[in-house]
Design a protein around this ligand. Structure first.
Ligand SMILES: Cc1ncc(COP(=O)(O)O)c(C=O)c1O
Length: 364
């Protein structure tokens, strides 16, 4: 489509409005990028942090490590909170680091809502309280890449200054489109940030012209996909979408709890309340090769499961259960994983898929 066609502008406007509705914000402005999630991370760092300035990246495992590495590479001074395997962020640790920052050098607190590697979802409300208790003015910046349209999120209610997301997970769109939603406070910080930037610069993106909004040609096919996906989400109803994710996750967790009666398999996320509604990470014991399991699941049973990331490489497999997902699809997946485990001679507690069926049937 001609990029000057008014339908392109209308599509972009619908995407911006839909994302704001999904994020539950009327305060923030949405900036879309022809980029993956790392692009949106880079946009956040480039706008908020000048080299030498400090950011607190709360430890969640692989994805907080990656974001911290990127901030460091761009010259920021990164402070962290300790990450304990399989545990969510400790809000008291966040509070302590902010209290210790008596010179108020920390510009922002970066939090990954759901770390896709660990399968742990963090308590954003507790982290908001921790920042408030410390009386610190740092911006609250949240990565919702793996949680948006799956787990509840309330940007304005929690006074989150920046939300960072991408197209390919709960939004059900192919990869390559990402976004940052930034409120006034964040935009004021960006305005006074002298760090040179161009493509990522929020102020350059503020235009009615779609060509300017994207600093060039808009990724039309992805935008049309996002507009359609948002329509589907609103047609189903956001509360219903979240409830569907909760139910599907409950079914997966019931199956994994059953499998984990065998000592070679366990939930990586230790606290049941922190287990994500988007992805479940299953740790495997010695003698179990998760990548061989994945290959068998994919090739023999047409079930795609993910591997362990970062420190969990070769030690875990992951079941993704977000986005375009319904009971029949996840039951097929769970049964396929059981078949693959049987094929591989992996011992697992019996009856997992039946437990998942019971959850859907209201008997779980
Ligand atoms: C929570 C989270 N943040 C950021 C990213 C980075 O996104 P991308 O791979 O699109 O660059 C991912 C990717 O899986 C993710 O899961």
């Amino acid at each position: 489509m001609d990029l000057a066609d008014p339908r392109v502008d209308a599509c972009i406007a619908a995407c911006e409005a839909g994302l704001k509705r999904l994020l539950r914000t009327s305060r923030a402005e949405v900036f879309l990028y022809a980029a993956n999630g790392h692009g949106a991370w880079e946009a956040t760092i480039a706008n908020l942090l000048a080299p030498g300035q400090a950011v607190l990246v709360a430890g969640t495992g692989h994805f907080s490590d990656s974001w911290a590495l990127q901030a460091q590479a761009m010259g920021a001074r990164v402070v962290g909170t300790p990450y304990v395997d399989g545990r969510p962020i400790d809000p008291a640790a966040v509070e302590q680091v902010l209290r210790d920052d008596t010179a108020r050098e920390i510009v922002a607190v970066f939090v990954v809502h759901t770390d896709t590697a660990s399968g742990v979802t963090n308590d954003l409300s507790a982290i908001r309280d921790a920042i408030d208790r410390a009386g610190h003015t740092a911006l609250f910046v949240v990565d919702v890449v793996a949680s948006l349209a799956a787990a509840p999120f309330d940007m304005d209610g929690l006074r989150i200054n920046v939300a960072v997301g991408a197209s390919q997970k709960g939004l059900m769109v192919p990869p390559g489109l990402s976004f940052v939603a930034a409120d006034d406070q964040a935009q004021r910080v960006a305005q006074s940030n002298p760090h040179p930037r161009f493509y990522w610069d929020w102020s350059r993106r503020r235009s009615e012209l779609s060509y300017r909004k994207f600093c060039g040609t808009p990724p039309q096919s992805l935008l049309m996909g996002l507009e359609a996906a948002l329509q589907l989400l609103f047609l189903e109803g956001v509360d219903a979408v979240l409830a569907r994710h909760r139910r599907v996750a409950d079914a997966v967790h019931a199956a994994v709890a059953c499998w984990a009666q065998s000592p070679g398999l366990s939930f990586f996320a230790i606290e049941p309340a922190s287990r994500s509604v988007s992805v479940t990470t299953i740790r495997v014991g010695p003698g179990i090769d998760p990548d061989a399991l994945r290959q068998v699941a994919r090739e023999r049973f047409q079930v795609a499961i993910a591997g362990g990331l970062g420190a969990l490489t070769g030690q875990a497999f992951r079941i993704g259960h977000l986005g375009d997902m319904n009971p029949a699809m996840i039951l097929g997946c769970l049964a396929g994983v059981e078949a693959a485990m049987l094929h591989q001679g992996i011992a697992f507690g019996q009856g997992g898929t039946a437990r998942a069926v019971a959850v859907f049937g209201g008997r779980g």
